[in-house]
Design a protein. Structure first.
Length: 146
């Protein structure tokens, strides 16, 4: 295992970047060696992923030569709360109604931070367009689910 670094980092993103760079790896190399997508590595290093799945954490730990508990210590610790279905439906409607408004902002019902929103365009078996609003919080685990 990699020599324990006594330095305490202020975020998961900072920890991953610093550890990767200390090993002389690029983001591309980390992605290949950890069997994670480059998008996943970039999302973690840009601070969008604040907590990781067990599999992602383990792959990163192995590649960065650290204990997975060390990575977990930098993840955001939060309690999961269920959001009422009516709130979820209101958020979906707001995203769909304001999709063309560049100034549209909607806040997370859990922590109040700005949600990252988009509309996924899908097609059914009869080639009909289906619009699915998507949203996730950048500060807590809230995600808009179907």
């Amino acid at each position: 295992m990699h020599k324990k670094n006594k330095k305490r980092y202020n975020s998961l993103a900072h920890f991953v970047i610093s550890t990767r760079e200390s090993l002389g790896m690029s983001q591309d190399e980390l992605a290949v060696k950890s069997s994670l997508s480059l998008d996943t590595i970039q999302s973690i290093e840009q601070g969008f992923d604040l907590f990781l799945s067990t599999t992602t954490r383990q792959k990163l730990a192995n590649c960065l030569k650290v204990d997975n508990k060390e990575i977990k210590s930098y993840e955001i610790k939060t309690e999961f709360t269920l959001t009422k279905r009516t709130v979820m439906d209101e958020i979906k409607d707001a995203i769909l109604l304001n999709s063309n408004n560049p100034n549209f902002v909607i806040n997370c019902p859990i922590c109040g931070e700005k949600l990252s929103t988009r509309i996924a365009k899908l097609y059914d078996l009869e080639d009909n367009l289906i619009l699915r609003p998507k949203a996730k919080c950048t500060k807590c685990p809230f995600q808009l689910i179907d």
